[in-house]
Write a new protein. Structure first.
Length: 415
């Protein structure tokens, strides 16, 4: 049945996408910034500087000095700051790493945070590095507007200048001419997901986040960000997109965004937010030799393609690959995170994979926490590290869909 499903949704079968099990890779540090709402507390802090904040905190937690880090691998999508082309390198240097350390910025869209960890594991597995700083960062509030064609010949004809919102344009897959929200509407139709289910799931995300915040379950993963406003310096310390006063009846009145008769309104989509997350990786052998305390083990990962017009189903084949590589099943997973790009998208994955709701996004997901594109995968893994400890869980799986028709998943084991 697994193979039949994989065939039906058009998974790429090239050798480069076949899963391998990761061996002896551990996470020794995991921290993230709070996520700021669009145009909110982090709007003036660049993606680079947010990443520095989470990285310094992760290294401190891991008891790793910057000069011990061999390589920096960081995910970023929008490239919203002037130094974005240098992002990973600047994160490393600003965090105190020596000039001789290496750095690379990666972009697998919404899977970039996961991708950084996977690439870090590969570098460690080959022996190219002993310690790798990985993560993802995104300031969506700073996403630029562009004028294309301004460098051509004599310039832009009088009155023909067109300002393009890069953030908005990136939310449509030009290959299929399909907005990301429409791909989620397609899944709602395919899986028979109702408006009531969408609204209940969206409210659930906010309520679970609020409960986690009140109980202090996010405290271990968070590190504050210094924000300067003129001569005044404040410390941004808590996620600000989520709300505790939402109700299903409120959401039922909201207008639809992508289809007049659809199920997605603004509250059923992930929050457009700003934030960063960092994880320090090493091998079990190096951790033991240096007296480092592992927080979790990276067991396996999965990356897969799927039909672009239902891109939100991508976590399903990716998760099946990751589980197969680990010799595990969904029943073995104590906690599962599916990035909530849209409520019907997450619900479609939940239905297809048979994830019990009591195991899914137990402290809220991207609808409430927010989805800074390059950061979310790293945020999910950092959260699972601590959620496993808090709930005495053994295995967890984090996953995300990826615009253009891909999915990515990582299996962790508590230590």
């Amino acid at each position: 049945l697994k193979l039949q499903f994989l065939y039906l949704i058009g998974i790429a079968t090239s050798v480069s996408h076949i899963l391998t099990m990761v061996r002896n890779i551990v996470i020794v540090g995991a921290k993230r910034t709070p996520f700021g709402k669009f145009g909110g507390s982090l709007k003036t802090v660049s993606s680079t500087d947010m990443a520095v904040a989470s990285s310094v905190a992760a290294m401190k937690q891991a008891n790793i000095a910057p000069e011990q880090v061999d390589e920096v691998i960081f995910g970023n999508v929008c490239q919203s700051s002037p130094d974005a082309a240098y992002l990973a390198r600047h994160v490393g240097l600003k965090s105190g790493m020596p000039v001789g350390s290496a750095a690379v910025t990666v972009n697998r869209l919404c899977g970039s945070g996961f991708e950084s960890v996977i690439q870090g594991a590969r570098v460690l597995s080959t022996g190219e590095a002993k310690v790798v700083l990985t993560g993802g960062t995104e300031n969506m509030s700073q996403a630029p507007h562009c004028i294309y064609g301004a460098r051509e010949g004599s310039g832009i004809p009088l009155g023909r200048a067109k300002l393009v919102d890069i953030l908005w344009e990136s939310l449509t897959d030009a290959y299929t001419n399909t907005p990301m929200g429409v791909t989620a509407e397609n899944l709602a139709e395919k899986y028979g997901i109702t408006q009531q289910e969408v609204d209940e799931f969206s409210v659930r995300s906010h309520m679970l986040l609020h409960e986690a915040q009140q109980a202090g379950r996010l405290d271990d993963e968070l590190t504050p960000v210094e924000v300067k406003k003129g001569k005044k310096v404040t410390h941004f310390a808590a996620d600000e997109h989520g709300r505790s006063d939402v109700k299903v009846e409120h959401f039922a009145k909201l207008p639809k965004v992508f289809k007049k008769d659809g199920v997605i309104h603004p509250a059923a989509a992930s929050g457009i937010c700003d934030g960063a997350a960092s994880l320090v990786l090493t091998t079990e052998e190096h951790a033991a030799a240096e007296g480092l305390k592992p927080l979790a083990r990276l067991v396996s990962f999965g990356i897969s393609g799927c039909e672009p017009t239902i891109m939100g189903i991508g976590p399903v084949p990716a998760a099946l690959k990751a589980l197969d590589a680990a010799g595990l099943t969904m029943k073995d997973m104590d906690l599962v995170e599916v990035n909530e790009a849209f409520a019907p998208q997450a619900l479609a994955c939940q239905k297809e994979l048979g994830i019990p709701m009591e195991k899914l996004n137990v402290d809220g997901g991207a609808i409430a926490v927010g989805h800074p594109l390059g950061a979310s995968g790293a945020r999910i893994l950092a959260h699972l590290v601590y959620a496993m400890q808090q709930r005495s869980a053994k295995y967890s799986l984090g996953s995300a869909c990826i615009g253009g028709g891909q999915g990515i998943a990582v299996v962790l084991e508590a230590i």
